[in-house]
Design a protein around this ligand. Structure first.
Ligand SMILES: NC(=O)c1ccc[n+]([C@@H]2O[C@H](COP(=O)([O-])OP(=O)(O)OC[C@H]3O[C@@H](n4cnc5c(N)ncnc54)[C@H](O)[C@@H]3O)[C@@H](O)[C@H]2O)c1
Length: 332
């Protein structure tokens, strides 16, 4: 049984947020989803939208009145609202407003509304390119993009609320995440779903810049479990923790794994110019999470890609339409 019986999932219509809400709805706890549906989708919440203990509140967290309504009578707030990394390249002001100022607005409402715990979902993008590996929580934070800077501002504000007001906060830093409801489209599009959509259309993966660029990929079900375990862990109050698989994987390896899963090993990846603000290497030291919550991811990259592909086929994904929703240089 979960310790928190009422939870507000901010950004709950998005990729990770919707997976979190689906998992929570199964546990029978009261869930309030708060989202402005700027990149999140109602379809992501369709399996739970009619459940009696699930409430969906449409609103923008940069507005204090929305934040007050969002947190009312909630024990736990999980803040996953964000605008993404590629969005920040073209729209730095709005991006920072949501990722930085929006977090402050939510923290104020949560503190004043008697919320018992606030978990901020940050990002490994706060680190910038690895100066040493694996990257533990004390690795310097030199974000490369306004997105990373906004997430770092969100973190710093969350931490300050603990230090100044004694407000019980936890900060989680997931690394790259993939799985059902991950974005293939527009400037939210992420590498694994983009590669899958292209392969299913008989098109080769496009690798931007150096194919040896590496990231630490974790399947969303593992990330969801990690976030919820962190929210319940008293010893993490006031602290910051990485949640990731803990293993680097190059973009070339991801391309090969997707092509294998899609049965298209005849396709050769093509290389394109680098993306601005791209980090070369990211991979997490997860020792703290192992110690604090017994963290152990269980879904390997091969299995996770196979699961995602199977999910897309099961829901009857229209891969041709999905391809039309992608643009090659999705930061321009
Ligand atoms: N996906 C990843 O690989 C990854 C990796 C590390 C960290 N994260 C972090 O995890 C969290 C969730 O990421 P995601 O991939 O699910 O992103 P997402 O874009 O799918 O979800 C974010 C949600 O926030 C909502 N939102 C945006 N602006 C809002 C506003 N002003 N008010 C209310 N809602 C708003 C969007 O509509 C969307 O549903 C974010 O905090 C992100 O920084 C994600």
């Amino acid at each position: 049984m979960m310790r928190w019986q009422s939870m507000c999932v901010v950004g709950g219509a998005g990729f990770i947020g919707s997976n979190l809400c689906l998992a929570l709805a199964e546990q029978g706890v009261r869930v309030r989803v708060v989202d402005d549906f700027s990149t999140g989708k109602r379809a992501n919440l369709a399996p739970i939208a009619e459940r009696p203990h699930v409430e969906i509140l449409e609103g923008d967290i940069t507005k204090p009145a929305v934040c007050e309504a969002a947190v009312r009578d909630m024990q736990l707030v999980l803040d996953l609202a964000c605008l993404g990394v590629r969005h920040s390249i073209r729209h730095p002001v709005r991006n920072f407003e949501v990722n930085g100022d929006g977090t402050l607005a939510l923290l104020l409402a949560a503190r004043d509304g008697g919320v018992e715990r606030f978990l901020y979902v940050s990002s490994s993008e706060v680190y910038g390119t690895a100066l040493r590996t694996p990257m533990d929580e004390d690795h310097p934070t030199y974000p490369m993009t306004v997105y990373g800077a906004g997430k770092l501002a969100g973190e710093a504000t969350t931490r300050a609320f603990h230090r100044t007001y004694g407000f019980p906060t936890v900060i989680v830093r997931p690394f790259n995440t993939y799985g059902p409801n991950s974005h293939h489209e527009g400037d939210s599009g992420e590498v694994i779903p983009r590669f899958i959509v292209r392969a299913m259309n008989g098109m080769p993966p496009i690798i931007f810049g150096d194919p040896t660029n590496a990231r630490d990929f974790t399947y969303v079900a593992d990330i969801v479990r990690g976030i919820l375990d962190c929210a319940e862990c008293d010893a993490l109050v006031g602290d910051t923790v990485n949640i990731a698989f803990g293993r680097p994987c190059t973009v070339a390896e991801v391309a090969a794994a997707v092509l294998k899963a899609a049965g298209r090993t005849d396709l050769e990846p093509v290389q394109e110019r680098p993306r601005p603000g791209d980090v070369h290497l990211h991979y997490a030291d997860t020792t703290k999470a192992q110690k604090m919550i017994g963290w152990r991811p269980v879904i390997t990259l091969e299995e996770g890609i196979a699961r995602l592909l199977e999910h897309l086929k099961r829901i009857g994904a229209d891969f041709r339409k999905m391809l039309s929703e992608q643009s090659t240089f999705n930061w321009e």
